[in-house]
Design a protein around this ligand. Structure first.
Ligand code: PLP
Length: 415
């Protein structure tokens, strides 16, 4: 007997591409030392010396928790104090016009999982953009749904509203429910942020969806607090808040990046519902799903976030520390962009965030070629993803030239 598992139509790869590439990078670091290796595989923020950045103020609160604050079960949808605090964190100074309801989840992953579970049916297609975080597909497959994508950019490099419209119309013709996932700002893997005009385009398309069809618009804002000025990056909420009754915006807000809490598994899903009934139902169905999968989320990070938002001085400290880390990341992005422009390396439209993507015909081949120089990136379908979050500004300045050189060597060897 070689297999006991019921695969149920899921395509389960031998290994996860991200973890395989990052494993290779770590082997190289232990062999040659960190200065000789560029490990641009990781989706977490590292300082210029290669150390994981953990906000000191957050760490202090975490370490001060008494046992009952981390050992006790949290309520299924999260502690009341956490729900209030995370709503404030997600919305910032934006005042919602619609009815909100918060359900805590273990990471943004849990929020996406629950949105798919409760607002689509088995066999449905979930719509997202062509450049997207790979787990969307596995999360959908795990629940017997598929992924359909629209081309994220048109030929001029603008957000492709025409293809978005075509796919929304196509899917709503065949399905009663449609979940749409849009990951912005600081999209993974491109770093793109939808502009206000892009959002007006999205709204126009959604306004035309027949009223008998139900659409959940998942706003995956996992990187929002590293994308730019907090009020500026939240402006788009005003366009999607208070849409027609058949459209339900759901914010998937993760504490993983915002509070440097990756392993603490903390996040929330927040609806912007048209009616109190839909908001209440949101709490009910997503709590049911939580109970049936992970039961309740981890209590400790919820307590930490509640304490931060209950203390103005502490909140100011957290925000100042985060702003410093964000400025470091934004500087890395600008350094990469400039070096790419200087050496003529094409990149996918980028605004800010943890990653930059370089389009190419043979992503696996390019990654292998770069491995020879101790540079480690993640291959996607049509390009390679560079984590500027885990590479110093100096490395961000050097990387475009190295990628350009490896591309040329690869082309030469193919001739
Ligand atoms: N969405 C995107 C685009 C991501 O890149 C990630 C994490 O890398 C997540 C959501 C969810 O992260 P977590 O479950 O750690 O909060």
């Amino acid at each position: 007997m070689k297999s006991m598992a019921a695969f149920n139509g899921r395509e389960i790869p031998k290994e996860d591409k991200v973890f395989a590439a990052s494993g290779k990078a770590l082997d190289a670091v232990s062999k040659y030392g960190p200065a000789e290796v560029i490990n641009a595989t990781v989706g977490a923020l590292y300082d210029d010396e290669g150390k994981l950045i953990v906000l000191k103020s957050v760490e202090e609160v975490m370490k001060s928790l008494p046992p009952e604050k981390y050992a006790a079960y949290a309520p299924i949808a999260g502690t009341p104090g956490f729900k209030k605090a995370i709503l404030k964190a997600a919305l910032g100074n934006y005042e919602p016009k619609s009815f909100t309801c918060v359900v805590g989840t273990p990471g943004g992953t849990g929020a996406i999982r629950n949105a798919i579970a409760n607002y689509s049916c088995p066999g449905d297609k979930i719509l997202t953009h062509s450049w997207h975080w790979a787990p969307y597909k596995s999360i959908a497959a795990e629940m017997y749904r598929g992924i359909e994508h629209f081309e994220m950019f048109d030929e001029e490099g603008r957000f492709n509203i025409a293809d978005f419209e075509y796919k929304v119309k196509k899917l709503t013709r065949n399905q009663e429910h449609l979940v749409i996932i849009i990951n912005t700002p600081a999209n993974n893997p491109t770093g793109y942020a939808l502009t206000m005009d892009d959002w007006y385009g999205v709204k126009r398309v959604l306004d035309e969806v027949p009223l008998e069809k139900k659409v959940a618009l998942v706003l995956d804002v996992a990187y929002i607090d590293f994308a730019g000025e907090p009020d500026e990056v939240r402006k788009f909420y005003g366009v999607v808040d208070n849409l027609r009754a058949n459209i339900l915006p759901i914010i998937a807000y993760s504490a993983s990046k915002t509070f440097t809490f990756y392993g603490a598994r903390c996040a929330a899903m927040i609806c912007l519902a048209h009616s109190p009934e839909v908001a209440e139902e949101f709490g009910k169905v997503n709590s049911f799903s939580a109970r049936a999968t992970w039961s309740n989320s981890s209590r400790a990070p919820q307590e930490v976030i509640e304490q931060i938002y209950a203390d103005e001085e502490l909140l100011a400290k957290v925000e100042a520390e985060r702003a410093e880390a964000r400025n470091m990341l934004l500087a890395r992005g600008r350094a990469f962009e400039k070096a790419a422009a200087d050496c003529g390396l094409e990149i996918v439209p980028f605004s800010a965030g943890f990653f930059v993507t370089v389009p190419c015909a043979d992503p696996d081949g390019l990654c292998e070629k770069l491995n020879e120089k101790n540079v480690f990136l993640i291959p996607f379908d049509n390009g390679v993803r560079v984590s500027i979050a885990s590479s110093s500004e100096d490395k961000c300045r050097r990387l475009p030239g190295m990628i350009k050189e490896a591309m040329a060597a690869l082309e030469e060897s193919a001739e």
